[in-house]
Design a protein around this ligand. Structure first.
Ligand code: PNW
Length: 438
């Protein structure tokens, strides 16, 4: 396959560690990790994979895999420790070394500007709930693209607004751990605005820039064909996906969910024009499908999770269902017609065991294989999918699950920081070698 980008992905807080080094200020994840009971085993990202010090070794692993591209995120609080204003040279230098190291190895760097680690100092000013966050982010976007835009052409503004807005601010399962619909709706709106406003800034600073945003799509399914359950699916998909996709591509929020919000939305005149600023590509992260049932007691989406019995699941408990992947790609393409689609994340966690320096993760290989087949199926039906990034390069800090869940192609021994390729790493390497030379 020519013109298909093979890649691997990580994010800053999940791998970097060195939280008090290089002039970095705390992010909302440093704070959230201190909340008793928030993270499995009381883990945090203080050390993580120590990538801040071991980035050269990690770039060698990426080179060994033979991928074309490396998607990583930038820690805002390394670049702007006060959130805005003063630029921290040490932070710029770190990412310069990383970018140059990737390029020297023939790997294209793909930047995710925001993968959830808002500087705490900005959360103290209301975070994404404060409309000023749009200006904070555009300033940050300007600094990043001015400093790195001479070498980086691929830019992703946000990773998974759903997780930031709904999980972080409505369900309280991620930083900052707020449970408030009004806050969450504002957060979603300001993120979308910040995205739209930063696109022209990146284009201005980066020659030949390709700018996109990454959404996680987790389609809903039900166990019955009851009309209530089918309505629940429509509403749940609307809330999780259309709430972000519709404004990005069609300039409005989905009416069926808007009707269920019991207060005025924080929309100003002209906002939808900004949000729908044309992008070059849509990033999609896919892991599993949800199974839900109607539950009129729950608001604003009248649904509850239900358990589908007898289906294969990963160590996250997430159902493995590649046909859903194909279907969502076809549906999104039909409905929104993005210019290009990149799968910016896909992968699985397993209870990996290291025995005699080997990790036999046949389940991960199977997951990878079946999901790549699902993508190729969609591609053969005309969906413009031009790349795939495996999640993740390394086992890392899996947010609320701490270090217990392992998504890496490389096993990390957190005591010694030793990285060992799992069998899936060999599989991915061979696959890229064969497919690109065909
Ligand atoms: C993504 N869900 O998060 C993130 O982008 C990664 O940082 C993370 O490590 C990876 O997936 C694995 O979890 C998600 O509940 C978090 O649907 C939650 C969901 C999906 C993706």
């Amino acid at each position: 396959m020519k013109n298909f980008t093979w890649g691997v992905a990580t994010s800053s807080y999940q791998i970097e560690g060195a939280v008090s080094e290089g002039g970095r200020s705390p992010s909302i994840w440093d704070t959230y990790c201190q909340v008793p009971g928030a993270i499995v085993n009381g883990d945090n990202g203080d050390i993580a994979c120590d990538h801040y010090h071991r980035y050269n070794e990690d770039l060698d692993l990426i080179k060994w895999l033979g991928v074309d591209a490396y998607r990583f995120s930038i820690a805002w609080s390394r670049i702007l420790p006060d959130g805005v204003g003063r630029v921290n040279k040490e932070g710029i230098d770190f990412y310069n070394r990383l970018i140059d190291g990737a390029l020297a190895r023939g790997i294209q760097p793909w930047i995710t500007m925001y993968h959830w680690d808002l500087p705490q100092i900005l959360q103290d000013r209301g975070g994404w709930c404060n409309r000023e966050s749009v200006d904070w982010f555009t300033e940050y976007a300007d600094v990043l693209s001015q400093n790195f835009g001479d070498r980086v052409t691929n830019w992703i503004t946000f990773n998974e607004p759903l997780c930031i807005a709904w999980i972080g601010n409505l369900w309280g399962g991620m930083a900052p751990g707020i449970r408030d619909l009004n806050t969450a709706v504002k957060v979603a709106h300001h993120i979308l605005l910040a995205h739209g406003k930063s696109v022209p800034i990146i284009r201005r600073n980066v020659k030949l820039a390709k700018v996109g945003i990454t959404l996680n799509i987790t389609p809903s399914s039900t166990l019955t064909e009851n009309p209530e359950d089918l309505l629940a699916v429509a509403l749940n998909d609307s809330w999780d996906h259309e709430w972000f996709l519709d404004p990005l591509f069609a300039k409005e929020y989905p009416k069926k969910m808007v009707d269920r919000i019991p207060f005025e939305l924080p929309i100003h005149l002209g906002d939808f024009d900004i949000i729908a600023t044309p992008i070059d590509f849509l990033g999609i992260n896919y892991y599993f499908r949800q199974t839900i049932a109607a539950d009129p007691e729950i608001s604003p989406v009248p649904v509850k999770d239900v358990k589908r019995i007898g289906v294969p699941r990963t160590a996250m408990g997430w159902e493995i269902h590649p046909p859903t992947f194909t279907k969502l790609l076809i549906n999104i393409n039909q409905k929104y017609k993005p210019k290009e689609i990149f799968i910016t994340e896909n992968g699985s966690a397993w209870n990996d065991l290291i025995i005699d320096e080997k990790i036999k993760d046949s389940e991960r290989i199977e997951y990878l294989q079946s999901h790549l087949d699902a993508i190729l199926d969609a591609k053969s039906k005309g969906v413009p999918i031009n790349g795939y990034f495996a999640w993740s390069l390394l086992d890392n800090f899996e947010w609320a699950y701490g270090y217990e869940k392992r998504f890496g192609l490389f096993y990390v021994d957190y005591q010694t920081q030793k990285r060992t390729p799992k069998e899936s790493a060999f599989y991915y390497r061979d696959l890229i070698l064969n497919r690109t030379t065909r």
